[in-house]
Design a protein around this ligand. Sequence first.
Ligand code: PBG
Length: 323
Amino acid sequence: MFPEHRPRRLRSNNTIRKMVRETHVLAEQLIFPLFVREGKGICEPIAAMPGQYRYSPDALTQVAKDTVEAGIPAVLLFGIPAKKDSYGTGAHKRDGVVQQAIRSIKDAAPELMVITDVCLCEYTDHGHCGILDENNNVMNDDTIEILAKVALSHAKAGSDMIAPSDMMDGRVGIIRDALDESGFENLPILSYAVKYASAFYGPFREAAGSAPAFGNRLAYQMDPANVREALREARFDIEEGADIIMVKPALPYLDVIRAIADEFDEPLCAYQVSGEYAMIKAAAASGWLAEEACIMESITSIKRAGADMIITYFAREIAEILS
Ligand code: PBG
Protein backbone atom coordinates (compact mmCIF):
# COMPACT_ATOMS: atom_id res chain seq x y z
CA MET A 1 0.00 0.00 0.00
CA PHE A 2 0.99 3.62 -0.50
CA PRO A 3 3.56 4.98 0.26
CA GLU A 4 5.39 1.60 -0.09
CA HIS A 5 3.82 1.00 -3.51
CA ARG A 6 4.25 3.67 -6.12
CA PRO A 7 3.14 2.26 -9.52
CA ARG A 8 3.96 5.61 -11.10
CA ARG A 9 7.69 4.73 -10.83
CA LEU A 10 7.22 2.47 -13.86
CA ARG A 11 5.46 5.19 -15.83
CA SER A 12 7.89 8.00 -15.32
CA ASN A 13 9.48 8.04 -18.80
CA ASN A 14 9.08 6.47 -22.21
CA THR A 15 12.02 4.11 -21.82
CA ILE A 16 10.64 2.45 -18.73
CA ARG A 17 7.09 2.50 -20.08
CA LYS A 18 8.27 0.58 -23.13
CA MET A 19 10.20 -1.86 -20.98
CA VAL A 20 7.16 -2.88 -18.98
CA ARG A 21 4.73 -2.86 -21.92
CA GLU A 22 2.76 -6.11 -22.09
CA THR A 23 1.15 -5.93 -25.51
CA HIS A 24 2.74 -5.19 -28.88
CA VAL A 25 1.11 -4.44 -32.19
CA LEU A 26 3.08 -5.83 -35.13
CA ALA A 27 2.56 -4.97 -38.79
CA GLU A 28 3.40 -8.60 -39.61
CA GLN A 29 0.14 -9.72 -37.99
CA LEU A 30 -2.17 -7.34 -39.84
CA ILE A 31 -4.47 -8.24 -42.71
CA PHE A 32 -5.72 -5.53 -45.08
CA PRO A 33 -9.22 -6.04 -46.60
CA LEU A 34 -9.71 -5.00 -50.24
CA PHE A 35 -12.83 -4.66 -52.37
CA VAL A 36 -12.57 -5.69 -55.99
CA ARG A 37 -15.14 -4.94 -58.69
CA GLU A 38 -15.38 -5.68 -62.39
CA GLY A 39 -13.89 -3.21 -64.85
CA LYS A 40 -10.60 -1.60 -65.82
CA GLY A 41 -8.64 1.21 -64.26
CA ILE A 42 -11.16 1.72 -61.48
CA CYS A 43 -10.40 3.11 -58.04
CA GLU A 44 -13.76 4.22 -56.67
CA PRO A 45 -14.09 5.78 -53.21
CA ILE A 46 -16.47 4.18 -50.71
CA ALA A 47 -18.52 6.95 -49.11
CA ALA A 48 -19.11 5.31 -45.73
CA MET A 49 -15.44 4.24 -45.46
CA PRO A 50 -13.28 7.30 -46.17
CA GLY A 51 -9.87 6.23 -47.47
CA GLN A 52 -11.11 2.84 -48.78
CA TYR A 53 -11.83 2.08 -52.45
CA ARG A 54 -13.35 -0.43 -54.82
CA TYR A 55 -10.64 -1.46 -57.26
CA SER A 56 -10.81 -3.25 -60.57
CA PRO A 57 -8.47 -6.29 -60.75
CA ASP A 58 -5.84 -4.42 -62.81
CA ALA A 59 -5.86 -1.46 -60.41
CA LEU A 60 -5.07 -3.80 -57.52
CA THR A 61 -1.52 -4.32 -58.70
CA GLN A 62 -0.34 -0.95 -57.38
CA VAL A 63 -2.20 -1.43 -54.08
CA ALA A 64 -0.63 -4.87 -53.72
CA LYS A 65 2.87 -3.46 -54.20
CA ASP A 66 2.21 -0.60 -51.76
CA THR A 67 0.87 -3.04 -49.19
CA VAL A 68 4.02 -5.17 -49.36
CA GLU A 69 6.13 -2.01 -49.21
CA ALA A 70 4.29 -0.97 -46.05
CA GLY A 71 5.21 -4.28 -44.39
CA ILE A 72 1.68 -5.71 -44.39
CA PRO A 73 1.90 -9.42 -45.18
CA ALA A 74 -1.66 -10.20 -46.25
CA VAL A 75 -4.81 -8.93 -47.91
CA LEU A 76 -8.37 -10.24 -47.64
CA LEU A 77 -10.35 -10.04 -50.89
CA PHE A 78 -14.07 -9.31 -51.29
CA GLY A 79 -15.59 -9.47 -54.74
CA ILE A 80 -18.32 -7.31 -56.22
CA PRO A 81 -19.57 -8.98 -59.42
CA ALA A 82 -21.16 -7.09 -62.32
CA LYS A 83 -24.10 -9.50 -62.35
CA LYS A 84 -25.90 -11.20 -59.49
CA ASP A 85 -28.39 -14.07 -59.51
CA SER A 86 -30.37 -16.02 -56.94
CA TYR A 87 -27.70 -18.77 -56.71
CA GLY A 88 -24.64 -16.54 -56.48
CA THR A 89 -23.06 -18.36 -59.43
CA GLY A 90 -20.67 -15.44 -60.02
CA ALA A 91 -18.84 -16.52 -56.87
CA HIS A 92 -17.35 -19.68 -58.40
CA LYS A 93 -16.71 -18.64 -62.00
CA ARG A 94 -13.22 -19.40 -63.25
CA ASP A 95 -12.98 -15.84 -64.48
CA GLY A 96 -14.95 -14.27 -61.63
CA VAL A 97 -13.87 -10.96 -60.20
CA VAL A 98 -12.03 -12.41 -57.18
CA GLN A 99 -10.41 -15.12 -59.29
CA GLN A 100 -9.08 -12.41 -61.65
CA ALA A 101 -7.95 -10.31 -58.70
CA ILE A 102 -5.98 -13.19 -57.17
CA ARG A 103 -4.08 -13.71 -60.42
CA SER A 104 -3.44 -10.03 -60.86
CA ILE A 105 -2.07 -9.63 -57.31
CA LYS A 106 0.05 -12.76 -57.61
CA ASP A 107 1.63 -11.38 -60.79
CA ALA A 108 2.37 -8.00 -59.24
CA ALA A 109 3.38 -9.03 -55.72
CA PRO A 110 3.94 -12.78 -55.40
CA GLU A 111 5.08 -12.47 -51.78
CA LEU A 112 1.76 -10.93 -50.67
CA MET A 113 -0.50 -13.48 -48.96
CA VAL A 114 -3.93 -13.45 -50.58
CA ILE A 115 -6.77 -14.55 -48.32
CA THR A 116 -10.17 -14.86 -49.98
CA ASP A 117 -13.54 -14.37 -48.32
CA VAL A 118 -15.99 -17.12 -49.21
CA CYS A 119 -19.65 -16.08 -49.01
CA LEU A 120 -22.58 -15.65 -51.37
CA CYS A 121 -24.08 -12.35 -50.16
CA GLU A 122 -22.11 -10.21 -52.61
CA TYR A 123 -23.17 -12.51 -55.47
CA THR A 124 -26.86 -13.16 -54.78
CA ASP A 125 -29.51 -10.77 -56.09
CA HIS A 126 -31.36 -11.07 -52.74
CA GLY A 127 -28.20 -10.31 -50.71
CA HIS A 128 -28.42 -13.31 -48.38
CA CYS A 129 -25.38 -15.42 -47.62
CA GLY A 130 -26.93 -18.58 -49.06
CA ILE A 131 -29.61 -19.77 -51.45
CA LEU A 132 -33.29 -19.55 -50.56
CA ASP A 133 -36.17 -22.02 -50.42
CA GLU A 134 -39.71 -21.10 -51.53
CA ASN A 135 -40.36 -19.44 -48.15
CA ASN A 136 -37.21 -17.31 -48.42
CA ASN A 137 -35.34 -19.27 -45.77
CA VAL A 138 -31.62 -19.73 -46.36
CA MET A 139 -31.08 -23.42 -47.08
CA ASN A 140 -28.06 -24.64 -45.16
CA ASP A 141 -27.11 -27.93 -46.79
CA ASP A 142 -27.58 -26.77 -50.37
CA THR A 143 -25.65 -23.59 -49.66
CA ILE A 144 -22.56 -25.32 -48.29
CA GLU A 145 -22.26 -27.38 -51.51
CA ILE A 146 -21.98 -24.09 -53.42
CA LEU A 147 -19.55 -22.64 -50.89
CA ALA A 148 -17.26 -25.64 -51.41
CA LYS A 149 -17.27 -24.86 -55.15
CA VAL A 150 -16.44 -21.22 -54.42
CA ALA A 151 -13.55 -22.20 -52.15
CA LEU A 152 -12.19 -24.59 -54.76
CA SER A 153 -12.36 -21.95 -57.50
CA HIS A 154 -10.38 -19.56 -55.25
CA ALA A 155 -7.82 -22.29 -54.58
CA LYS A 156 -7.41 -22.97 -58.29
CA ALA A 157 -6.95 -19.25 -58.98
CA GLY A 158 -4.10 -19.17 -56.44
CA SER A 159 -5.62 -18.13 -53.10
CA ASP A 160 -3.28 -18.64 -50.13
CA MET A 161 -6.02 -19.03 -47.52
CA ILE A 162 -9.76 -19.63 -47.61
CA ALA A 163 -11.96 -17.59 -45.25
CA PRO A 164 -15.62 -18.68 -45.13
CA SER A 165 -17.81 -15.91 -43.66
CA ASP A 166 -21.33 -17.19 -44.35
CA MET A 167 -22.11 -18.83 -40.96
CA MET A 168 -23.75 -21.92 -42.46
CA ASP A 169 -23.39 -25.09 -40.37
CA GLY A 170 -20.90 -27.64 -41.65
CA ARG A 171 -19.23 -25.42 -44.23
CA VAL A 172 -15.71 -25.75 -42.88
CA GLY A 173 -15.85 -29.54 -43.14
CA ILE A 174 -17.23 -29.61 -46.66
CA ILE A 175 -14.72 -26.99 -47.82
CA ARG A 176 -11.86 -28.94 -46.21
CA ASP A 177 -12.96 -32.11 -48.02
CA ALA A 178 -13.32 -30.34 -51.37
CA LEU A 179 -9.84 -28.81 -51.04
CA ASP A 180 -8.24 -32.10 -49.96
CA GLU A 181 -9.84 -34.05 -52.80
CA SER A 182 -8.34 -31.64 -55.32
CA GLY A 183 -4.82 -31.67 -53.95
CA PHE A 184 -5.09 -28.51 -51.84
CA GLU A 185 -4.51 -30.28 -48.53
CA ASN A 186 -1.94 -27.65 -47.56
CA LEU A 187 -4.23 -24.68 -48.10
CA PRO A 188 -5.31 -23.29 -44.69
CA ILE A 189 -8.83 -22.33 -43.67
CA LEU A 190 -9.38 -19.16 -41.66
CA SER A 191 -12.91 -19.61 -40.39
CA TYR A 192 -15.24 -16.78 -39.41
CA ALA A 193 -16.19 -19.13 -36.59
CA VAL A 194 -17.73 -16.53 -34.31
CA LYS A 195 -19.54 -13.97 -36.41
CA TYR A 196 -22.25 -11.90 -34.81
CA ALA A 197 -25.33 -10.40 -36.45
CA SER A 198 -23.87 -6.94 -36.07
CA ALA A 199 -25.05 -3.48 -37.06
CA PHE A 200 -21.38 -2.55 -37.39
CA TYR A 201 -21.28 -4.18 -40.86
CA GLY A 202 -23.32 -1.29 -42.28
CA PRO A 203 -20.54 0.47 -44.24
CA PHE A 204 -19.31 -2.86 -45.66
CA ARG A 205 -22.73 -3.60 -47.07
CA GLU A 206 -22.68 -0.26 -48.84
CA ALA A 207 -19.17 -0.97 -50.11
CA ALA A 208 -20.02 -4.44 -51.39
CA GLY A 209 -23.66 -3.80 -52.29
CA SER A 210 -24.50 -6.82 -50.15
CA ALA A 211 -27.28 -5.65 -47.81
CA PRO A 212 -30.10 -8.23 -47.70
CA ALA A 213 -32.96 -7.14 -49.99
CA PHE A 214 -35.43 -8.27 -47.31
CA GLY A 215 -35.21 -9.55 -43.75
CA ASN A 216 -31.93 -9.78 -41.86
CA ARG A 217 -29.19 -12.26 -41.03
CA LEU A 218 -30.44 -13.28 -37.58
CA ALA A 219 -31.19 -16.83 -38.73
CA TYR A 220 -27.53 -17.53 -39.45
CA GLN A 221 -25.30 -14.95 -37.73
CA MET A 222 -24.94 -15.03 -33.94
CA ASP A 223 -26.91 -13.18 -31.28
CA PRO A 224 -24.68 -10.45 -29.76
CA ALA A 225 -25.88 -11.54 -26.31
CA ASN A 226 -24.17 -14.95 -26.45
CA VAL A 227 -20.69 -16.03 -25.43
CA ARG A 228 -21.12 -19.74 -24.57
CA GLU A 229 -22.48 -20.19 -28.07
CA ALA A 230 -19.27 -18.62 -29.37
CA LEU A 231 -17.27 -21.40 -27.71
CA ARG A 232 -19.47 -24.03 -29.36
CA GLU A 233 -19.16 -22.42 -32.78
CA ALA A 234 -15.38 -22.25 -32.46
CA ARG A 235 -15.19 -25.87 -31.27
CA PHE A 236 -17.27 -27.15 -34.20
CA ASP A 237 -15.18 -25.28 -36.75
CA ILE A 238 -11.94 -26.56 -35.22
CA GLU A 239 -13.29 -30.11 -35.29
CA GLU A 240 -14.24 -29.65 -38.94
CA GLY A 241 -10.72 -28.54 -39.81
CA ALA A 242 -10.38 -24.78 -39.32
CA ASP A 243 -6.71 -23.80 -38.93
CA ILE A 244 -7.35 -20.30 -37.61
CA ILE A 245 -10.55 -19.08 -35.99
CA MET A 246 -11.97 -15.59 -36.09
CA VAL A 247 -14.12 -13.40 -33.88
CA LYS A 248 -16.00 -10.60 -35.64
CA PRO A 249 -16.58 -7.69 -34.91
CA ALA A 250 -13.70 -6.94 -32.54
CA LEU A 251 -14.10 -3.93 -30.24
CA PRO A 252 -17.67 -4.63 -29.02
CA TYR A 253 -16.67 -8.31 -28.46
CA LEU A 254 -13.38 -8.12 -26.55
CA ASP A 255 -14.77 -10.44 -23.88
CA VAL A 256 -15.55 -13.02 -26.56
CA ILE A 257 -11.99 -12.77 -27.96
CA ARG A 258 -10.66 -13.33 -24.45
CA ALA A 259 -12.98 -16.31 -23.84
CA ILE A 260 -11.93 -17.99 -27.09
CA ALA A 261 -8.23 -17.27 -26.48
CA ASP A 262 -8.46 -18.88 -23.05
CA GLU A 263 -10.33 -21.94 -24.30
CA PHE A 264 -8.54 -22.91 -27.51
CA ASP A 265 -4.94 -23.34 -28.69
CA GLU A 266 -5.62 -22.47 -32.33
CA PRO A 267 -4.37 -19.13 -33.63
CA LEU A 268 -7.01 -16.45 -33.19
CA CYS A 269 -7.89 -13.67 -35.58
CA ALA A 270 -10.16 -10.68 -34.87
CA TYR A 271 -11.86 -8.49 -37.46
CA GLN A 272 -12.07 -4.77 -36.77
CA VAL A 273 -15.06 -4.28 -39.07
CA SER A 274 -16.23 -1.48 -41.32
CA GLY A 275 -18.39 0.20 -38.66
CA GLU A 276 -15.50 0.27 -36.21
CA TYR A 277 -13.42 1.94 -38.92
CA ALA A 278 -16.17 4.41 -39.86
CA MET A 279 -16.74 5.46 -36.23
CA ILE A 280 -13.13 6.50 -35.74
CA LYS A 281 -12.93 8.13 -39.17
CA ALA A 282 -16.12 10.14 -38.67
CA ALA A 283 -15.25 11.32 -35.18
CA ALA A 284 -11.73 12.26 -36.30
CA ALA A 285 -13.09 14.15 -39.32
CA SER A 286 -15.27 16.18 -36.96
CA GLY A 287 -12.27 16.93 -34.78
CA TRP A 288 -13.81 14.98 -31.88
CA LEU A 289 -11.21 12.22 -31.59
CA ALA A 290 -7.47 12.02 -32.25
CA GLU A 291 -7.36 9.54 -35.12
CA GLU A 292 -3.92 7.94 -34.73
CA ALA A 293 -4.19 7.55 -30.97
CA CYS A 294 -7.65 5.98 -31.25
CA ILE A 295 -6.50 3.58 -33.97
CA MET A 296 -3.58 2.39 -31.86
CA GLU A 297 -5.61 2.17 -28.65
CA SER A 298 -8.34 0.10 -30.29
CA ILE A 299 -5.87 -2.24 -32.02
CA THR A 300 -3.86 -2.65 -28.82
CA SER A 301 -7.01 -3.56 -26.90
CA ILE A 302 -7.92 -6.21 -29.48
CA LYS A 303 -4.45 -7.75 -29.12
CA ARG A 304 -4.58 -7.48 -25.34
CA ALA A 305 -7.89 -9.35 -25.39
CA GLY A 306 -6.08 -12.27 -27.01
CA ALA A 307 -6.10 -11.89 -30.81
CA ASP A 308 -2.95 -12.99 -32.63
CA MET A 309 -3.77 -11.40 -35.97
CA ILE A 310 -6.12 -8.56 -36.84
CA ILE A 311 -8.01 -7.76 -40.00
CA THR A 312 -8.27 -3.99 -40.20
CA TYR A 313 -8.95 -1.27 -42.77
CA PHE A 314 -6.39 0.76 -40.81
CA ALA A 315 -3.58 -1.72 -41.64
CA ARG A 316 -1.61 0.73 -43.72
CA GLU A 317 -2.02 3.63 -41.28
CA ILE A 318 -0.88 1.34 -38.46
CA ALA A 319 2.18 0.17 -40.38
CA GLU A 320 3.00 3.81 -41.03
CA ILE A 321 2.58 4.76 -37.36
CA LEU A 322 4.71 1.80 -36.24
CA SER A 323 7.57 2.66 -38.58
C1 PBG B 1 -19.93 -11.37 -45.91
C2 PBG B 1 -19.17 -10.46 -45.00
C3 PBG B 1 -19.59 -9.32 -44.31
C4 PBG B 1 -18.47 -8.78 -43.70
C5 PBG B 1 -17.41 -9.61 -43.99
N1 PBG B 1 -17.85 -10.66 -44.78
C6 PBG B 1 -20.92 -8.65 -44.28
C7 PBG B 1 -22.07 -9.30 -43.64
O1 PBG B 1 -21.99 -10.37 -43.05
O2 PBG B 1 -23.13 -8.71 -43.80
C8 PBG B 1 -18.43 -7.52 -42.89
C9 PBG B 1 -17.09 -6.88 -42.81
C10 PBG B 1 -17.10 -5.48 -42.33
O3 PBG B 1 -18.12 -4.92 -41.87
O4 PBG B 1 -16.03 -4.85 -42.40
N2 PBG B 1 -20.85 -12.18 -45.30
